[in-house]
Write a protein that binds this ligand. Structure first.
Ligand code: ZN
Length: 283
């Protein structure tokens, strides 16, 4: 009797903890991709899947407008966010997650130049900690600012088993001369099954990107593409169920938010100071 009671308590606790864990959104990768650079994947089952990704948000109204378009078009996407922008727009990441999209870490302040290892750690840990604080979500997806692999951030992210998510289609959507039609045509020309498309919802005026988005989605659908988030895309490249996504084994240290100053509206980057378009990376 006593033993049965003990067992039922253990089972109840186990079930409760499993439910709690299930409530936490997790944007992870199968272990095959831990510490790996991912430009695109090869789905095991030949299937036209593509992941749309949006960088440099959250960015207030711009991100919300992108979310609205994605909702209308019934598409799930992936947002690579900056910690400093998440501080300015503290409700947006939770809304991204609630809408069923995935979130990845794009660093705190978008550094272009090499940084000290301690700064690299803060850039990544503080951003993941803020994402978790604002949305409960845990992410182990990292996209290096401007796709740069030698700033020290990728080294740190690799050491923590983040999947390093690059892209296979660069739309040049942040270049001043790019039109919505350019974005659509370039993507259609370059996309392949298992591809990752680089777009921007934040960091400046993203009117052109938003203008291109509905047409881009419809044209890709016409070509037979199905839209998935980056974690879903990664899953399609490994055998289920052996490669269930897991949190990497290395524990995340306690975040230390103090070294990064809280931005004031004046310190917000102006469009002309914002990231130049990421350069193409070799496949
Ligand atoms: Zn960026």
């Amino acid at each position: 009797m006593g033993r049965q009671w003990h067992l039922s308590v253990v089972l109840a606790l186990f079930a409760a903890s499993a439910m709690l864990a299930a409530d936490v959104p997790r944007f992870l990768s199968p272990s095959k991709f831990w510490g790996q650079l991912v430009y695109q994947v090869k789905p095991l089952k030949p299937e036209k899947v593509v992941a749309l990704t949006f960088d440099d948000g959250p960015w207030g109204t711009s991100t919300r407008q992108v979310l609205q378009i994605l909702k209308e078009e019934d598409v799930k996407a992936t947002f690579f966010v900056l910690g400093k922008h998440a501080l300015m727009y503290p409700d947006v990441i939770a809304d991204i997650v609630k809408a069923g999209h995935a979130v990845g870490n794009h660093s705190w302040s978008h550094p272009y130049k090499p940084v000290d290892p301690e700064v690299a750690k803060q850039e990544i840990e503080n951003t993941s900690a803020l994402i978790a604080k604002q949305s409960q979500a845990q992410t182990r997806l990292f996209r290096p600012p401007a796709g740069k692999l030698t700033t020290g951030l990728v080294d740190y992210a690799k050491s923590k088993n983040y999947a390093i998510i690059m892209w296979s289609v660069e739309t040049h959507d942040t270049r001043p001369n790019t039109t919505a039609a350019d974005i659509v045509e370039r993507t259609l020309r370059e996309v392949k099954a298992g591809g990752i498309v680089l777009l921007h919802d934040g960091g400046g005026d993203r009117t052109t990107t938003r203008k291109a988005l509905p047409t881009l989605i419809r044209r890709l659908r016409q070509k037979g593409y199905r839209f998935v988030t980056v974690p879903e895309l990664l899953q399609l490249a490994v055998k289920a169920p052996t490669a269930k996504p897991e949190l990497p084994p290395t524990p995340t240290p306690e975040p230390n938010l103090s070294p990064v100053p809280r931005p004031t509206p004046e310190s917000l980057p102006r469009p002309e100071q914002m990231p130049t378009p990421p350069s193409s990376e070799p496949q």
